[in-house]
Design a protein around this ligand. Structure first.
Ligand code: HSE
Length: 418
């Protein structure tokens, strides 16, 4: 059987790291017959790899051009991206997007627009770069209950953590490198505050569990306040700090979600996910455990994911949201208490502990470091306070014995809670 050629034209909106990546992949696959029809960019002054004549600066030229068979929306501004995708879907067009923030915050509307006007929206590139996770959840696990989905979903944070934990060096220089390599968002706070991973997790939840949840409703912390002392503690326990995103259903079928730096031990598949790589572990009711690992950020890996969507959409593929059709779970906070390491300015930590209502508190020898047992609901209620006070939070999972953490460094807690 011969491979079917396309003879189709694509319109690219946005020519940053991902747009350039898509362009390169399209050019490298010219024999398949797909060509770049038009490229729209915003900034007229920015140096580009193509002559000025290759670009237009008016997105309406692409949105009105019906000779373009497919549009790739690859800009970083989520509000503008929504306007573009909404207009395309109102016309019943086929569009692909990599804008996780826009998708996570507007998924109910985007699904409705596809249903009502018959257009198609694919967004594999928005979650875990080159890992085909949405396709896997949709096409393979669409009818199988999942016991848990967890992973490392942000390449920049993982890159920074890898640099800090494997090579030493400073947080600032690791972040700078992540930016220079094109891994970080235009606003890198989205990466290091855990928001990018959170947006991806909410998109995963729709495909893995049929849960539509707004990111605001989900417990999340980032890595921006990590300290050398935390890195040292993790190493002494034979663990690494990783930014882990988790979705887990409870007995009633409701689903809890969280993004939180976590002590990850060497027997965990996520332990070996380094640099800009992402990894997702699916624990399926019948298939058992499966692990997908690949580049989660970067021009060509993400361009490849967009290209996969473009070619799939042109062959008639669309998401069917199989879990959404049969399930209507609610997003809940996990009921069981968790063990957290908190590190921050001593005074702020002290006042946080009074608000947090922990079940247990263990102070550590390192000033400003404390271990607590606390209900996730309480943590969620104090989430903003914790962030405002520059306190680093890390989950100590059951695989890391609390005795080991405390033996290393314990002293009576009274001074902290009084
Ligand atoms: N800033 C994102 C990351 C890019 O670092 O993972 C890929 O979504």
């Amino acid at each position: 059987m011969k491979i079917q050629k396309f003879k189709k034209r694509i319109g690219i909106i946005g020519f940053g790291c991902v747009g350039q990546g898509l362009y390169d992949v399209v050019e490298a696959n010219k024999h398949l017959g797909l060509e770049v029809g038009r490229i729209c960019v915003k900034d007229k002054e920015k140096p580009r790899t193509l002559p000025t004549a290759a670009f237009t600066y008016d997105v309406q030229e692409l949105l009105q051009d019906k000779s373009l068979d497919i549009l790739a929306e690859l800009i970083s501004d989520p509000e503008e991206a929504l306007l573009i995708v909404r207009q395309a879907l109102l016309q019943g067009r086929t569009v692909v997007s990599a804008n996780k923030k826009m998708i996570a915050e507007n998924l109910p509307e985007l699904i409705q627009l596809q249903q009502r006007y018959g257009g198609v929206l694919l967004y594999e590139a928005s979650v875990c770069g080159s890992i085909p996770i949405l396709r896997t959840l949709e096409a393979y696990y669409g009818a199988e209950p999942l016991l848990e989905v967890r992973g490392i979903l942000n390449g920049s944070s993982n890159y920074i953590l890898s640099k800090l934990q494997n090579e030493g060096g400073t947080y600032a220089s690791a972040l700078q490198q992540a930016q220079a390599l094109g891994f970080a968002e235009a606003d890198p706070a989205l990466d290091v505050e855990g928001i990018d991973a959170l947006n991806k997790l909410c998109i995963l939840a729709a495909h893995a569990y049929g849960l539509l949840v707004h990111p605001d409703q989900v417990l999340h912390f980032g890595i921006s306040h990590i300290t050398p002392e935390v890195v040292e503690l993790a190493a002494s326990l034979g663990a690494k700090i990783k930014l882990v995103a988790t979705i887990k259903p409870d007995q009633e079928g409701n689903v809890s979600l969280q993004v939180i730096p976590t002590f990850v031990t060497a027997d965990d598949a996520l332990h070996a996910v380094e640099a800009e790589f992402n990894g997702v572990e699916i624990n399926a009711r019948f298939a058992g455990q499966q692990f997908l690992k690949g580049r989660g950020a970067g021009s060509h890996p993400t361009g490849s994911a967009v290209w996969a969507d473009v070619t799939a959409a042109l062959r008639g593929y669309r998401y069917t949201y199989p879990k959404l059709c049969v399930n209507s779970p609610a997003a809940v906070m996990a009921a069981d208490a968790v063990t957290l390491l908190l590190q921050g300015p001593e005074q702020q930590l002290k006042s946080l502990l009074q608000q947090l209502r922990p079940l247990e508190v263990y102070s550590m020898e390192v000033p400003g470091q404390v271990v607590v047992r606390v209900k996730p609901q309480e943590v969620f209620q104090q989430q903003e306070l914790i962030k405002q006070n520059n306190i680093f939070v890390a989950l100590i999972p059951q695989s890391v014995p609390l005795e080991d953490v405390l033996q290393l460094d314990a002293s009576p807690a009274a001074a902290f809670v009084s």
